[in-house]
Design a protein around this ligand. Structure first.
Ligand code: FAD
Ligand code: SF4
Length: 512
């Protein structure tokens, strides 16, 4: 009796459930760099390099631990191009009594895995995805019967269940949420610690050469590659974050700075999402730093909320609402993705900077993704599928389970308010408050109309005006619609005209 265990590129941890009952005497692990997964969207070059290099390093760990491992490189002669064909090929040459795979992260892949058993005529055992703290069942039980699915309440349930930042059944410090102490912009010269970077070793160099030759038409620069590709490397990114940046994470988590997307963020999303780090150990590191008196409660709680709250919540939300989530388009947005999302060529400095960061590093922090790149997509009405594809391919941490709820539900309000109580729409003054982008912009954030006016200003009102029916009865938007009703009509019409002109230029691919 021998079992073939499939380890996917985002399941790189010895604790994965698929390896729990591994018999070193008879079982085999199969890992494969397949074209189908690397190209179903044209992932950023650094994302492919990261996943392939981390996979190659992890296969060495498996071998060292005594797991018989079959590793198929992208350019190997017997690479079959797709996961299923690779497994079929492997099963043809060896006889396996069963196949085991941990629950894939994406709906698309799970649907495919479910067909293997009948196609191969071998039992296929799908084990739970233990890269998360909350099971799908936990989310379903919480969500059942609700009309709205707010992260904050799910997070509190998980705090109670896990005991994280809890004392005598009460939240530590007396509050569940310290957001009121956060969201500060930077002062003049913030003193930001260097981010942890790694020089490519021989394995990574090979992968970088492969990516340059095989994926040259994919988005993004490759020469800035400096991610960790091993668990040890990822652990050192985590410990550097806790020691050097966690203290300031809370207060500056929404701030943006020209030329630096890394700031006081943790830069661990990509490691969590491929299993190099597990959420429990990340949360424990932050909680310990607080309990030892090394970091304030607003930073520890703010950071833990991202992992135990948002990350667990969006994953539960994704599986609960798939496959319907993919089709949602509540605001009937239909614009195709403007060229500037690829080229970064625009007079809008904030947009240009965020696209350039993304291109250079396969990274942008949350507020850049949400309140600049996402806000522009919401205000201009970009079609959800096109925007989802862009976000899925440009970031090194992007997988559909996390990207889609963030893009469709949080950015585009495409689910009509299941995730968010109101759209994350903002004018230029928010970007000006939270960043220094406006200082070097050809537009003026202070102006509301005319050729120099910041496009976010008039696009914001155009968005609210054209979606009055959708939002005017939303209690959280009552104030803003009241303000709109009191605005000088001539000035308001001028803003609508400027927005129309801008949208026509965008449609015609003219530089905006
Ligand atoms: C439009 C949009 C698209 C996004 N796409 C992705 C994506 O494809 N993959 C991804 O991992 N995150 C995504 N996020 C969430 C968040 O922006 C990234 O997790 C974060 O920027 C990663 O950088 P970091 O590790 O430095 O995070 P930090 O700011 O240091 O936060 C710590 C961790 O919290 C988790 N986290 C924070 N916010 C979220 C969130 N909204 N949803 C889920 N987890 C969260 C992540 O694991 C992150 O690593 C997206 C957000 C938006 C608004
Ligand atoms: S002025 Fe407007 S477009 Fe320019 S950087 Fe500021 S917010 Fe962005």
């Amino acid at each position: 009796m021998s079992n073939l265990v499939i380890v996917l590129g985002d399941q790189l941890n010895l604790k994965m459930s698929s390896l729990h009952n591994f018999d070193k005497g008879s079982d085999t692990v199969l890992m494969s760099e397949v074209k189908e997964e690397a190209t179903y969207v044209k992932h950023h070059k650094q994302k492919i390099a990261f996943v392939f290099s981390a996979m190659r390093h992890f296969s060495e760990v498996l071998e060292k631990e005594g797991h018989n491992t079959l590793y198929v490189k992208y350019d190997a002669k017997d690479n079959q191009g797709s996961l299923f064909e690779q497994i079929k090929h492997t099963c043809k040459n060896n006889s396996y009594s069963s196949i085991t795979i941990a629950h894939p992260g994406e709906y698309r892949l799970l649907e495919e895995v479910k067909t293997w058993e009948s196609k191969l005529n071998i039992p296929v055992n799908i084990t739970s995805d233990n890269r998360f703290i909350a099971s799908q069942q936990f989310f379903s039980d919480w969500a059942e019967g609700r009309k709205q699915y707010r992260m904050e309440f799910f997070y509190r349930e998980l705090r109670k269940k896990t005991g994280v930042l809890m004392e005598d059944k009460q939240p530590r410090g007396g509050k569940w949420n310290y957001d009121a102490d956060n969201r500060k912009p930077f002062g003049k010269n913030p003193d930001i610690p260097e981010r942890t970077q790694f020089s490519p070793d021989e394995i990574t160099e090979d992968v970088l050469n492969l990516v340059e030759s095989q994926f040259s038409d994919h988005f993004g620069d490759i020469h800035n590659f400096s991610f960790a590709v091993t668990r040890e490397g990822a652990l050192s990114v985590l410990s550097d974050f806790v020691e050097q940046r966690l203290t300031d994470f809370g207060q500056y988590q929404d701030a943006m700075l020209e030329g630096d997307p890394w700031l006081f963020h943790s830069h661990i999303g990509l490691y969590l999402n491929v299993g190099l780090l597990m959420p429990e150990e990340v949360i424990q590191a932050a909680e310990e730093a607080y309990l030892n008196g090394d970091v304030p409660i607003n930073s520890a709680e703010g950071f833990i909320r991202q992992i135990l709250g948002w990350r667990e919540y969006v994953r539960g939300f994704y599986w609960y609402f798939m496959p319907g989530l993919k089709e949602k388009n509540y605001l009937e947005a239909s614009r195709s993705l403007p060229e500037l999302y690829w080229s970064g060529k625009t007079k809008m400095n904030c947009m240009s900077q965020c696209v350039q960061d993304t291109k250079k590093y396969a990274y942008a922090h949350h507020i850049q993704r949400l309140m600049v790149l996402g806000n522009f997509a919401l205000l201009t009405g970009i079609e959800p599928k096109a925007l989802n594809e862009w976000y899925l391919l440009v970031y090194a941490d992007a997988y559909e389970w996390v990207e889609m709820p963030n893009v469709s539900s949080m950015v585009l309000f495409a689910d009509g308010g299941q995730l968010a109580s109101k759209p994350y729409a903002a004018s230029g003054s928010y970007i000006n408050k939270m960043s220094n982008y406006c200082r070097n912009c050809e537009y003026s954030v202070k102006e509301k109309t005319g050729p120099q006016a910041c496009p976010f200003n008039y696009l914001y009102w155009h968005f609210l005006y054209r979606h009055q029916e959708n939002f005017s009865s939303n209690p959280r938007m009552a104030m803003i619609y009241k303000t709109m009703s009191k605005m000088d009509q001539t000035k308001f019409n001028h803003m609508l005209e400027d927005a129309d002109t801008f949208l026509i230029k965008l449609e015609n691919n003219e530089e905006v």
